[in-house]
Design a protein around this ligand. Structure first.
Ligand code: TXA
Ligand code: MG
Length: 307
């Protein structure tokens, strides 16, 4: 069943059932080695499925319920299909009351990846779930639009030093300031991806998508490609006039929280319009959320670097 969370809709099933988890992988077309996040109500529920530690408890107390998934060594109760064969498990306590009600009623840990076909754009409303799965669409517990709009931060606390595996709404600096220790961060691609087939596209529209490092590079393409859709995170990045209907600012108030809320909707809508290409640029890295948004934008398509 697809269920509302505050980040993106999740495709949820009993994390302890091999059969139920198999269905999730099947519906999504997800490779079996890509592990799922297990959703739980409280930090104490983590003791039922993993080996907890001090980092885990302090972070859970500070950031749960919320958009932070924490990775710990897993115990034998959890089938390895849930963890993609790994000896660790990612866990998160969602804020969404709709999801929390299901956790309360089922009294089960629920595995829930984003409710979209593998590698496609995550869903932030029920409509996105329906258009993603079409005839194969599971039941949806509709909670309206997701308030955050991008996936949780994934932090590995199973080792001696915490490591961010996926940037997200809770930034590295916020976690470092809270813990008082330095944390490792993921590296971002620095060179142009030579072969589009090798590009790390995990959040991609069906329409070919081209990513620009900054707004000036994107503006230069407008006149040359009148049949494409151009997406700018902030309206103040658009210096051309007049603004055509194929030029879309995500936030009119230049607010990264608003970009986070709307980015997947804007990408879904652009994809539905079937343009020749979607062209989008990064936003200034003003905070942790902006870095997470740039991580997602980079993964929508082929990244073009300046000469
Ligand atoms: O906000 C979210 O996290 C949403 C909602 C539904 O909660 N879920 C979500 O799940 O984004 P999914 O499956 O789309 O992404 C899970 C990410 C993947 O990149 C996966 O590789 C990573 O978490 N992950 C899960 N378990 C892991 C583990 N044991 N070790 C390393 N990475 C793990
Ligand atoms: Mg996903």
């Amino acid at each position: 069943m697809a269920i509302h969370t505050e980040t993106v809709y999740g495709l949820a099933a009993n994390a302890l059932s091999v059969g139920a988890v198999k269905k999730i992988y099947e519906i999504k077309g997800r490779p079996h080695q890509n592990p799922l996040i297990v959703h739980i109500l409280e930090s104490k529920n983590a003791e039922e499925i993993s080996y907890t530690n001090d980092f885990f408890y302090s972070l859970a107390e500070r950031f749960w319920p919320g958009p932070l998934s924490l990775i710990l060594p897993v115990n034998d109760k959890v089938p390895r299909i849930t963890t993609g064969g790994m000896q660790t498990v990612a866990m998160r306590s969602p804020q969404s009351n709709i999801f929390r009600d299901v956790l309360r009623k089922t009294k089960l840990p629920l595995a829930a990846p984003s409710a979209n076909p593998s590698n496609r754009i995550s869903p932030t409303c029920a409509d996105h779930v329906i258009s993603g799965f079409k005839n194969n669409c599971p039941k949806i517990l509709d909670g309206g639009n997701c308030s955050i709009g991008i996936e949780s931060t994934v932090l590995d606390v199973s080792g001696r030093k915490p490591v961010i595996l996926r940037p997200g709404p809770i930034g590295a600096k916020e976690i470092e300031d809270f813990l008082g220790v330095r944390i490792e961060q993921p590296s971002t691609p620095k060179r142009e991806v030579k072969s589009p087939g090798l590009s790390p596209t995990h959040y991609s529209p069906i329409t070919p998508t081209i990513v620009y490092e900054d707004s000036s590079a994107l503006i230069q393409e407008i006149e040359l490609n009148p049949n494409d859709i151009f997406i700018f995170p902030f309206e103040n990045m658009i210096s051309c006039s007049p603004i055509g209907t194929n030029i879309i600012p995500i936030s009119k108030t230049n607010d990264s929280t608003e970009v986070s809320k709307k980015i997947y909707s804007v990408l879904h809508a652009a994809d539905r319009a079937i343009p020749k290409n979607i062209r989008i640029c990064l936003l200034p890295e003003i905070n942790g959320l902006a870095s997470a948004l740039n991580d997602r934008i980079r993964r929508t398509g082929k990244l073009i670097f300046k000469e």
